[in-house]
Design a protein around this ligand. Structure first.
Ligand code: EPU
Length: 310
């Protein structure tokens, strides 16, 4: 699309939005990804309510403008040329509320709430079973999309129901048991936007819940890097640990440009020194080739790779 055409739809979309909706043009995605990498999005928007989200969806669909739903940017590699079209995140406080549902053992959480925020809210309300979410970076919406997990628990294990918006703007409440979820993947959300979810917990003692969260946090700090990364880069292949395989090839510390295999955990690729997306993608490819050639195992990326080359 020509620059003038892009400006035309940017102007038009902007005119349609309420002042409460956050919008930014040509916004560097590196400000929105945990890897701190990524070129500009044509139009970045944080809708202030469901109707605003509907407006954006319908505007983009009506004019053939690509639409990308961003979580908290934690499992994402955005290419250096950025993302054409609209990028939408449900970070607005409207989508980030958490509450105990009907005074029972259920938490109602907005898709924009972070998984850590939900774990802490559960602990404060003496609700156990969601401790594993403490250390998973990202939002509930993004976590559902990829069925995020840690310590042998995955998000979809605790979902009672999800409120979803179809790309046609229709709202629907879907029981968790009707949603097919796999390891680090939930294709159900490919064409549907999770707005909120009801999560199951069980009654617990706040101090004990906090202790479990602290234990998990300590393990994470000991075994995982705190440098900018997109979390684990590869899924664990059946019967293997991706981190152990990469480590067995002596690749910790191996780098391409500013991107490096973490010294702490070989499945984390870090932005060590102003890395480009190209550096990360080359590093991914080299690792995949070496692990296949030397271990006979094919590594599938866990991170989502989007956007255009520079
Ligand atoms: N290991 C090594 N070298 C390494 C890394 C790991 O030898 O560089 C060994 C460990 O010693 C351990 C085994 O590999 O024996 C597994 O490692 P770890 O316990 O760290 O778990 P993981 O399978 O690498 C998974 C999730 C993490 C999650 C942790 C903790 C995947 C791809 N990764 O890591 O999730 O935090 O368990 O539950 O499923 C993520 O998905 O982004 C992520 C970080």
């Amino acid at each position: 699309m020509q620059k003038t055409e892009t400006k035309k739809w940017q102007d038009e979309l902007e005119e349609n939005l309420s002042p409460e909706t956050v919008r930014k043009r040509d916004y560097p995605m590196k400000k929105l990804t945990t890897l701190r990498i990524g070129g500009p999005a044509d139009f970045y928007v944080e809708p202030s309510c469901t109707d605003e989200l509907r407006k954006i969806l319908s505007y983009c669909a009506g004019r053939g403008i690509p639409f990308f739903l961003l979580g908290r940017g934690s499992n994402l590699v955005v290419r250096d040329g950025g993302i054409r079209g609209g990028v939408c995140s449900l970070r607005h406080s409207f989508f980030s509320q958490t509450e105990v549902k009907n005074g029972r053992l259920l938490i109602h959480a907005g898709a924009g709430a972070t998984l850590r925020q939900i774990a802490q809210f559960a602990q404060a309300n003496a609700l156990a079973g969601l401790e594993f979410m403490e250390g998973i970076p990202g939002s509930l919406g993004g976590g559902l999309r990829m069925n995020a997990g840690a310590y042998k628990s995955s998000l979809m294990d605790v979902v009672e129901s999800v409120s979803v918006l179809g790309l046609d703007g229709v709202l629907e409440e879907v029981p968790g048991e009707n949603i097919q979820a796999d390891y680090r993947c939930c294709t159900f959300f490919e064409n549907k936007i999770a707005l909120s979810a009801v999560l199951r917990a069980y009654s617990g003692v706040p101090e004990q819940i906090r202790e479990r969260m602290t234990e998990m946090r300590d393990i994470r700090l000991k075994t995982q890097t705190q440098s900018p990364s997109a979390g684990c880069a590869f899924k664990n292949p059946p019967g293997h640990s991706a981190g152990r395989l990469i480590d067995s090839l002596g690749m910790k510390g191996f780098s391409v440009g500013g991107a490096q295999v973490s010294d702490k955990h070989a499945n984390f690729l870090i932005n060590k020194n102003n890395a480009t997306s190209q550096n990360i993608l080359e590093l991914i490819q080299i690792i995949q080739e070496r692990v296949l050639a030397e271990c006979g195992v094919s590594l599938e990326t866990e991170v989502m790779i989007v956007g255009e080359d520079a």
